[in-house]
Design a protein around this ligand. Structure first.
Ligand code: GAR
Length: 204
């Protein structure tokens, strides 16, 4: 079985990273995380990676003169490690069109809402404030828009009347942890087919 090389980009606590690591450790993904890259030196995700013997690199946004230079540095690692798939797991920056163009259909993101509803920041709060009865999570390819690329997998999650942002986030997060590793394995097995550049068909 061919193993794909994975890079994970993080900014924070890294529970989605942990979920990927757990599935890899029990043999559920035909791939290896070659590097975890963080824009934030304080990200707890870095500790999770290190604990599992995974290489980490902080590319501290503030230390670069421009977004372009910052992204060039990230690309250097992506290219040196011959990365097949870039996973955004709680990465809180928008990648520039130059970056995205370089890795077409090779960057995926997990978003805590049913896209195209509630893109951008604080998706769970947006869902609560709008008053939807169902929200969920989405794994999608990253294109040049904000949370707008082809959708790979989605899971619907009920919003209860008693929910606040915190309780809804917690319920959705549980499903994120299943959805993201599943999407990565589909990618690794080459089962994701893109139709007309916009729709995803999952091969049996
Ligand atoms: C997750 O809920 C993820 O869906 C969300 O940030 C959280 C990261 O948690 N991502 C976005 O909102 C992207 N716009 P984690 O660091 O524990 O994986």
């Amino acid at each position: 079985m061919d193993m794909i090389n994975i890079a994970v980009l993080v900014s924070g606590r890294g529970t989605n990273l942990q979920a990927i690591i757990n599935v890899i450790n029990r043999g559920g993904i035909d791939g290896k995380i070659r590097i975890v890259l963080s824009d934030n030196p304080e990200a707890y995700a870095l500790k999770r990676a290190q604990r599992n013997g995974i290489k980490t690199k902080v590319v501290h946004y503030k230390e670069y003169r421009s977004k372009d230079e910052y992204e060039q540095e990230i690309m250097k690692y992506i290219d040196n490690y011959r990365i097949d798939l870039i996973v955004l797991a709680g990465y809180m920056r928008i990648l520039s069109p130059n970056f995205i163009k370089k890795y077409p259909y090779r960057i995926i993101n997990i978003h805590p809402a049913l896209l195209p509803s509630f893109p951008g920041l604080n998706a769970q709060r947006q869902a609560i404030e709008y008053g939807v009865k169902i929200s969920g999570c989405t794994v999608h390819f990253v294109d040049e828009g904000v949370d707008s690329g082809p959708i790979i997998l989605q899971k619907a999650v009920e919003v209860k009347d008693s929910d606040d942002e915190k309780s809804l986030s917690r319920r959705i997060l549980k499903y994120e942890h299943r959805l993201l590793p599943r999407a990565i394995q589909l990618f690794a097995q080459n089962k994701i087919q893109i139709i007309n550049k916009t729709r995803v068909h999952i091969k049996k």
